[in-house]
Write a protein that binds this ligand. Sequence first.
Ligand SMILES: [Zn+2]
Ligand SMILES: [Zn+2]
Length: 105
Amino acid sequence: MTAATNEFTFSTAVFWQQRVCAGCGDPGSEAHHVVLRSHGGEHHIDCGLLLCNKCHRGFHDGQYDIQKDIGKGLLEWPEKVAYVHEVLGDRADSYLLRYYRIEAP
Ligand SMILES: [Zn+2]
Ligand SMILES: [Zn+2]
């Protein structure tokens, strides 16, 4: 499955692809949009990163360490990093730094 069209199929696809939280490695339960919905992220499998409830909340609360750990997890999914670049173009590097604490190479 490469595309998902609604929240439910999106979450299900992301769960079956990843199983564990990208931040801490615990069993994952929530599909996070790598490119936030407010930034144009879609219900696409490449936009989905599986997180546990704790990491997901920490990410959206802007907790530095959690965002950094999730950033490390994100780097293990090249197609998801590529999705960020595809959607955000020039803004991708500053976005990745701001939300995932990933330094541009
Ligand atoms: Zn977690
Ligand atoms: Zn989220």
